[in-house]
Design a protein. Structure first.
Length: 237
């Protein structure tokens, strides 16, 4: 039995190496425009040294945001396909390997671009869309894991400190399934939504609620609680 467990965990994907390479590549690319700008100012504008030193804060801000944009592009290019469903935690399983790679890369990109101190939350929607989340016009979310497994309709909202998590894992299994929010659906603040949940058009999940996996919430209903249950009957628009 112990030997079987070891076999499952053999040869994990090189997550750390891939992540480090992505950060280094993005860092080098982000420095190129700054080096070119400095060369131009020294050789063509003949700016004195003290002016260049005074521009250091501007260099920092420019480099930071160029890096953020570049790492988004680098991460998106490396995202791998995953199959929805229940998968044994086995490094020989392609979906498990791909999910581990995707999780490390998307978390890094979100941290650098979308979360303080290295990013700003007002860019959340932009970041999630670049990481393949499907979000309609006016849709917004605070915290998302696995953006490529999220679908949000027009004006759907997941409030402050809410968390959409399209995966559940334990020692033996990994469960992956898309979370879907219909047009105008609302997830209240500090709520958590688990994989496979579908929140219908115009439905509302109250604050501090927990939506278990594979829960189907009908359109124009109000749900709340831990776990979330229907509080009010279905109503018209």
């Amino acid at each position: 039995m112990h030997k079987i467990e070891k076999e499952k965990l053999k040869n994990p994907p090189r997550v750390v190496g891939r992540l480090a390479a992505s950060i280094i590549i993005s860092g080098v690319i982000s420095l190129i425009p700054i080096m070119l700008a400095s060369y131009f100012m020294v050789n063509y504008l003949n700016l004195p040294l003290y002016v260049l030193i005074g521009l250091t804060p501007l260099y920092y801000v420019m480099t930071k945001w160029i890096f953020n944009l570049v790492i988004l592009i680098v991460v998106r290019a490396q995202l791998k396909p995953v199959e929805e469903g229940l998968h044994p935690v086995d490094m020989r399983n392609k979906t498990v390997r791909n999910w581990l790679i995707n999780a490390s890369l998307t978390n890094a990109a979100i941290y650098f671009m979308g979360k303080p101190p290295l990013g700003q939350t007002l860019f959340n929607t932009f970041v999630y869309k670049r990481l393949k989340a499907k979000m309609g016009p006016g849709a917004t979310a605070d915290k998302i894991s696995d953006p490529y497994l999220i679908e949000m309709g027009t004006s759907a909202v997941a409030g402050a400190n809410s968390f959409l998590i399209p995966h559940i894992s334990d020692r033996d299994n990994l469960y992956l399934k898309k979370i879907k929010l219909g047009d105008g659906a609302v997830v209240g603040v500090n709520s958590v939504v688990f994989p496979g949940a579908e929140i219908g058009e115009g439905a509302v999940v109250g604050a501090f609620s927990y939506v278990p996996r594979d829960t189907k919430i009908p359109p124009y209903t109000f749900w709340a609680g831990v776990p979330a249950k229907q509080i009010s009957p279905k109503t018209s628009k």
